[in-house]
Design a protein around this ligand. Structure first.
Ligand code: MG
Length: 383
């Protein structure tokens, strides 16, 4: 029986994780749950999964939560609460499914405690991969990707890094793959939140539409698999059936295929190296018209290029890219920034940053903070 902590349990990945757990009551038990501020959903989850500990990040919601869960359940709050839950003694696996850079400190806490980390939060590796990956190695903490592409690569690559030629990260291309520049200028929030294949939270759905999500995944792949940027290629594949591929030096390619359902990679991160049955729909290749591939267009989707640039520059630059993007997406969702302005703002903030080597997590957090302030200023100024 594996005991699991879910950070971000009310979000899309968190809820699907609980779904996986519910299907395998003999394999998994929920040890701790954490969420930003959704007390009603958290209470329902506590009632159903009976964790020993529950965290609400927003401390103004602490009392409300405390009053509604049994006394036997430990109630925590804030960043500190998240970190405590991540390092919870009884826990075997920590699913990091919070959205954004808030995942950095709890992931480090889980690594320090030697937990298996099922990582669904790509921003943590993008911003702090230089710290997280070596720490996991030192502490014997297994870092298993939940992101579907990285789960695919992880499964194809196994331990054959030395024979790897290159990684092929597939991308759906998002809902605006065929839009002209003029059409992209007219994109609304409602349009950006309609993803053709995957059902996900709002931040990542917008990132998928700008291709920033793929850019962040390039940096994530760089850290997870310790591969240089010249050997990570992005390929548009609108059907999202091939979840990624690896090409070996002998000309062999391995691809990972499946229906686009996040419960499959989530479950694999929990059962690895074993597999277990899932109730998900099965892949029907015969019923499929065709599988299509094309090159990404960085002219129309400059966010992808910005991410490569930030990754190649390295040090604190990816943290700045990520922070600027988080703030820009937040303003886009609130209707204060247009779709095409998102990469413009990110490019501006990157141009103002002098990248430094990352030595401690504070280097990352400081740059993250500065970049957020600069992004806010730039958006408030407009133009
Ligand atoms: Mg992905």
């Amino acid at each position: 029986m594996k005991k699991i902590t879910v950070l971000g349990s009310t979000g899309s990945i968190g809820r699907q994780t609980l779904d996986v757990v519910a299907h395998h009551p003999g394999l998994f038990k929920i040890q701790a749950l954490a969420a930003l501020d959704e007390v009603d959903i958290l209470c329902e989850q506590v009632h159903r999964y009976r964790p020993a500990c529950v965290v609400v990040y927003d401390d103004s919601k602490y009392k409300q939560l405390k009053d509604r869960v049994p006394d036997s359940v430990e109630v925590l709050t804030g960043q500190e609460g998240l970190c405590q839950a991540a390092a919870y003694e009884e826990t075997d696996i920590v699913v990091v499914a919070v959205s954004g850079a808030v995942g950095i400190l709890p992931t480090l806490a889980a690594a320090r405690a030697g937990k298996r980390i099922a990582l669904a939060n790509k921003e943590t590796l993008v911003a702090a991969g230089d710290i997280v990956v070596p720490l996991c190695k030192d502490m014997g903490s297994e870092l298993i990707p939940v992101d579907s592409e990285h789960s695919a690569i992880f499964q194809c690559l196994r331990d054959e890094n030395k024979s790897l030629q290159q990684i092929w990260l597939t991308a759906s291309g998002g809902p605006f793959r065929q839009f002209s520049r003029e059409q992209l200028q007219q994109v609304t929030v409602e349009m950006a939140l309609q993803h053709p294949n995957w059902s996900m939270g709002p931040k990542i759905t917008v990132d998928s539409a700008t291709l920033m999500n793929k850019g962040l995944e390039v940096i994530e792949a760089h850290h997870l698999f310790q591969v240089g940027y010249d050997r990570i290629q992005v390929l548009i594949h609108p059907q999202s059936i091939i979840h990624s591929m690896v090409e070996f030096i002998d000309g062999s390619w391995l691809a990972h295929l499946g229906v686009p359902d996040m419960r499959i990679p989530i479950q694999y991160a929990l059962t690895y190296p074993d597999r277990a049955a899932t109730p998900t729909r099965r892949l029907d290749l015969i019923g499929m018209a065709d599988l299509h591939f094309e090159q990404p267009d960085i002219e129309r989707f400059p966010s992808l290029q910005l991410a490569y640039d930030a990754g190649r520059r390295g040090g604190t630059m990816p943290a700045v890219l990520n922070a600027a993007n988080e703030v820009a997406v937040h303003h886009f969702l609130a209707g204060r920034l247009s779709f095409v302005e998102i990469p413009e703002v990110v490019a501006y903030v990157m141009s103002r940053h002098q990248a430094k080597v990352v030595r401690t997590v504070n280097d990352v957090l400081q740059c993250d903070q500065d970049a957020r302030e600069l992004t806010e200023e730039r958006i408030a100024r407009g133009g």
